[in-house]
Design a protein around this ligand. Structure first.
Ligand code: TMP
Length: 210
């Protein structure tokens, strides 16, 4: 059987990703696609427990500890959810994946890229998304949106310089793998983004089916 289709959505906090993840899931299901909608950190019982810890702990967390925990959650997610769903030939739509570790722990926190590359190679040496949609907004736009959240998490509480670095690291990652990334302007009106998304998803579906 043909391997399933692996799609990831990325972007800095406040880029508008969540709205578009839900819309894209409906779009794919409406086209008869067997869809696994999931997220990182999370997606498994252990992963969701790690998520809670990563987003809410008051304890000091070393940047490399944070990176290791993200990849621990990812290892379990791949085992329990992502790989089985792809092996069944379905589509996996994942709200964040390893690009987020390069952006947040690498760019944001300053973890060395070569160390993250070791973890990436350890945890999924043979698997990359077929399509990664990067919702791109400036750090200021992201921050202005996040400022409206009543109880921001550990990441959402970071300052503008942090998100400038995260965004830059996403854009660098996109430059390194231009074949799998598409950039969406997250400041465009929602219907415009959806029209573009529909186009990109239709294209990847047609490539996948042939
Ligand atoms: P979310 O709010 O988009 O669900 O993501 C939760 C937070 O986790 C978000 O601020 C980004 C962060 N994150 C990392 O720092 N590294 C990672 O590898 C992942 C997957 C998420």
């Amino acid at each position: 059987m043909k391997r399933g289709l692996f799609i990831t959505f990325e972007g800095i906090d406040g880029a508008g990703k969540s709205t578009h993840v839900a819309w894209s899931a409906d779009f794919l299901r409406a086209r008869g696609i067997t869809l696994t909608l999931t997220r990182e950190p999370g997606g498994t019982v252990l992963g969701e427990e790690l998520r809670e810890l990563l987003l809410a702990t008051q304890a000091p967390v070393h940047a490399e500890t944070e990176a290791l925990l993200m990849f621990s959650a990812r290892r379990q997610h791949l085992e329990e959810v992502i790989r089985p769903a792809l092996a069944r030939g379905g589509c996996v739509l994942c709200d964040r994946f390893t690009d987020a570790s390069f952006a947040y722990q690498g760019g944001g926190r300053g973890v060395e890229k070569r160390k993250l590359a070791v973890l990436e190679d350890w945890v999924h040496p043979d698997l990359q998304p077929d399509l990664t949609v990067l919702f791109d907004v400036s750090a200021e736009v992201g921050q202005a949106r996040v400022a409206r959240i009543k109880s921001p998490d550990r990441f959402e509480r970071e300052n503008a310089e942090f998100f400038v670095r995260v965004r830059d690291a996403y854009l660098e990652r996109m430059k390194e793998s231009p074949h799998r990334f598409v950039r969406m302007d997250g400041t465009k009106p929602i219907p415009d983004v959806q029209a573009e998304l529909a186009q990109k998803l239709t294209l990847i579906l047609s490539k996948w089916k042939t």
